[in-house]
Write a protein that binds this ligand. Structure first.
Ligand code: PHE
Length: 446
């Protein structure tokens, strides 16, 4: 399998693509409800520490492998393992990543479908003059309606796979260039609005007053998993994007920019959502429905609220679209590397993910009480285990390969920063990121 010749057309395009992958449901939907369920400021603090100590260096590790290998994840790993004369089995990390993104995309598409439904509802003014009970009930009714959920899930998979089918230079890049800047604009407007609400002060206290007593191992494990999830690290998905990175770009700088932006987006949406939650005396531990129930209630009571709500769901849709494209890319790249045409590969991957996604759709109605592990139905299972366990395990293996196995010259040149910077990265990954991830995984699971 030869080197890929595809490249992002500019440095900005690469940064936009990686930000597009990172910023998504993780920041806007998952971050607020996980923070709500895991003690507020305690979770926030751990999440930021893990992003900086684990997520950032491992993100570099992952992109470096893709960039040095210039192939789809499995081939890149196999190629670099051969160069370094280490076991060819390292390529299975690429397959593990593909399994991880497969399950993540299957539920990701379902939840993204909710935002299509809510965008349409907001534009139609469906929430105007409705009581909180009515709005809560209409969310429940929507979840209990497999046909409507399937329709939105199908639409979202089609949106995703049509861009992936068009290929990196034609599809992803054009989309990212237009959509991402738009997203930040809408988000800043929403943040500015939050400052004017009565619950802003309480939201700030709840998010930022240190509360170390709330920390236990499950909070630590969840915060670590979330750091991987939100940065899109650990599934070889960024590895697939690294393969298209231009030769002359500095990786550390690009990755820093992305991580800071990712934290900023999470904080902004957290502040916006919790300001609204506290303004209206709602419950921050509501769970996955947090955003979908509280925001329409709050906004329905505001003048011009439907416009804000519509903007918010548009933002969410854009953000999830660019992330789901990244989730699908490594699977499609793998088939393309095996000789498939891109369009066909996208169609097959899309169809399989869509089919498994139906199990998540039905988890809110027919299959709600079918438990796979412990109390978890299918949706609970795929939205917890792959993000919180598979991603850290994948990230750990990727980091071990990049820091201890891959040829050092190849790693240094793929790093693309100063020699001192590379050395610092190496020390951080070898002696902080790898052991810390292993310790948290073991302590959290045992
Ligand atoms: N980072 C994405 C989000 O926050 C999700 C994702 C995970 C994307 C893993 C790619 C790989 O929504």
């Amino acid at each position: 399998m030869n080197e890929t010749l595809e490249r992002w057309q500019s440095r900005r395009a690469f940064i936009l693509a990686v930000t597009g992958a990172a910023v998504g449901l993780g920041n806007i939907w998952r971050f607020p409800y996980m923070t709500g369920e895991n003690g507020g400021s305690a979770f926030l603090l751990l999440y930021i520490v893990f992003v900086l100590l684990l997520g950032l260096p491992m993100m570099m590790a992952e992109i470096m492998i893709g960039r040095a290998g210039r192939r789809s994840p499995m081939q890149a790993l196999a190629y670099l393992a051969a160069e370094a004369s280490v076991s060819p089995r390292w390529r299975w990390v690429g397959l593990f990543g593909a399994v991880t993104v497969f399950f993540i995309l299957s539920f990701y598409s379902v939840v993204s479908g909710w935002s299509i439904e809510y965008l349409v509802d907001a534009v139609n003014g469906s929430f105007v003059d409705r009581s909180p009970q009515q709005i809560g009930a209409s969310f429940d009714a929507f979840l209990a309606d497999p046909l409507r959920m399937t329709f939105n899930h199908t639409l979202f998979m089609l949106l995703t796979m049509s861009v992936v089918a068009a290929g990196v230079a034609n599809g992803l890049e054009k989309l990212n260039n237009v959509m991402m800047p738009l997203l930040y604009l809408i988000l800043l407007v929403l943040g500015g609005y939050a400052v004017t609400t009565a619950g802003f002060g309480e939201a700030m206290r709840w998010l930022f007053t240190p509360n170390l007593a709330a920390i236990d191992w499950s909070v630590v494990l969840n915060a670590m998993g979330h750091a991987f999830f939100t940065l899109a690290v650990g599934a070889c998905a960024l590895m697939a994007y690294g393969a298209y990175m231009p030769d002359d770009q500095s990786l550390p700088r690009a990755v820093f920019a992305v991580a800071l932006l990712d934290i900023a987006v999470a904080l902004l949406s957290g502040i916006a959502i919790f300001s609204v939650v506290f303004t209206h005396g709602m419950d921050p531990t509501e769970g996955p429905g947090l955003m979908f129930v509280t925001l329409p209630i709050a906004f329905s009571e505001l003048p011009g609220g439907q416009v804000w709500l519509g903007a918010f769901f548009l933002l969410l849709l854009v953000a999830t679209w660019t992330s789901s494209i990244n989730l699908a890319e490594p699977m499609v790249a793998m088939l393309v590397a095996a000789g498939w045409r891109r369009g066909r590969a996208a169609a097959l991957v899309g169809a399989l993910v869509w089919g498994v996604g139906l199990l998540s759709v039905l988890s809110f109605s027919t299959l709600a009480e079918v438990h796979w592990i412990g109390e978890m139905n299918f949706f609970a299972l795929v939205s917890t285990i792959p993000p919180d366990i598979f991603l850290p395990v994948g990230g750990l293996l990727i980091a071990i390969f990049a820091a201890w196995r891959m040829p050092v010259e190849a790693a240094a040149s793929a790093f693309g920063g100063s020699p001192a910077g590379f050395r610092l990265w190496q020390i951080l990954v070898r002696f902080v990121s790898i052991p810390l991830t292993a310790v948290v995984l073991l302590s959290g699971l045992l």
